[in-house]
Design a protein around this ligand. Structure first.
Ligand SMILES: [Zn+2]
Length: 354
């Protein structure tokens, strides 16, 4: 059985989520006479680079080019290993010998397709000598050969290669797009999972559709077609003391820049849970400050300075602000960004008090 990722992989340009500008630029090449020969697709994992490279290879060769019919003999031929199309995993072909072998006949005209297409996936794994060989190849590439370099580590690609390619940067897929797609897949697969859980999976997938679909499929394989919010939260990380204390600390320091940097680390958490935990911890601090307990719980002990420096009044205000924002929070869809905004609002409000 195909994985969700394979099953729901886009088969046509219009099914593709995001990257509209890249697709438009690729399609525009068909209108121009001067079609580039080499491309580099770079960006984070799971953002669609390999999928789009294959679609592009198809669109070059389809009978209805630049469209993809998925029905003609050319489109169908991509299912098999064919002479004119090579989808190369660079990690297992990194040596110069392998690259030379794979490209030995690149100068010959394609036999079957209109264009010979070479995709070099994870190309940052190639050796220095392989890149040198490819550089020579790039310098006299026949017009019927196209090479697509794919990488998650753009900085590792030699400048000499980059300068000979058309570059496309694949940005993270927005959480809302991931959410909508997961909703569609869960409906099609008859998985009962609520909006909050889907949003949570979308946010922990950090812009990668592949991770998001894998996460959904993984939960499905464990919990079956009824996945509760508790299942999801318990399965992934629970919000721990350190996280909420670090946030409280950054808020009290009014360190907006520090908080924004730190928030990237929080992507995988459920923000409603984070907010609740912050409020819970503020409650604990208030309790300890008011009751003058000498022996502190170990979880708080490390952060003792944090609440010694500030009056109990400040923590009451802080709690009030967070509780008010927690209520608002439930109405927004962009949880990650909403969460950042909320904390920044609280910092701003606190500025008038400290
Ligand atoms: Zn076709």
């Amino acid at each position: 059985m195909n994985s969700f990722y394979e099953k729901y992989r886009p088969k046509k340009f219009r099914q593709f989520l995001g990257h509209k500008l890249i697709i438009r630029s690729l399609l525009n090449f068909f209108k121009k006479k001067n079609f580039p020969s080499s491309f580099i697709f770079y960006g984070k994992k799971g953002t669609g680079k390999s999928t789009l490279a294959i679609l592009f290879a198809k669109s070059l060769n389809c009978k209805k080019s630049p469209l993809i019919c998925n029905k003609c003999k050319f489109c169908k031929s991509f299912k098999h290993k064919i002479y004119d199309f090579k989808n190369i995993d660079s990690a297992s072909n990194r040596s110069v010998e392998k690259i030379t072998e794979l490209f030995e006949d690149y100068l010959y005209k394609p036999i079957y397709l209109k264009y010979k297409v070479y995709i070099l996936d994870e190309c940052h794994a190639l050796s220095k000598y392989s890149f040198n060989t490819l550089l020579n190849i790039l310098e006299n590439l026949p017009r019927y050969v196209k090479i697509i370099f794919i990488t998650t580590e753009f900085s590792k690609i030699p400048e000499t290669i980059i300068s000979r390619c058309i570059k496309f940067n694949f940005q993270n897929i927005p959480i809302i797009e991931i959410y909508k797609f997961l909703k569609k897949v869960s409906d099609l697969e008859n998985i009962k999972i609520n909006r909050r859980s889907l949003l949570y999976i979308s946010s922990i997938s950090e812009g990668s559709m592949r991770d998001a679909l894998n996460n959904l499929e993984f939960l499905f394989s464990i919990f079956g077609n009824k996945i509760s919010n508790t299942n999801v939260i318990n399965f992934y990380n629970k919000v721990n003391n350190n996280i909420s204390y670090n946030i409280i600390n950054l808020v009290l320091e009014k360190n907006k820049k520090g908080f924004i940097l730190y928030s990237k680390y929080l992507l995988k958490f459920d923000f409603e849970e984070v907010l609740k935990k912050i409020i819970e911890d503020i409650n604990e601090i208030i309790f300890i400050k008011e009751s003058n307990i000498l022996k502190l719980p170990s979880s708080i002990f490390k952060k003792e300075d944090l609440f010694k420096k500030f009056s109990v009044k400040i923590f009451y205000s802080l709690r009030r602000f967070f509780i008010k924002e927690l209520v608002n929070f439930k109405y927004y869809l962009y949880k990650y960004y909403t969460f950042i905004t909320i904390v920044l609002i609280v910092i701003n409000k606190l500025e008038f008090l400290l």
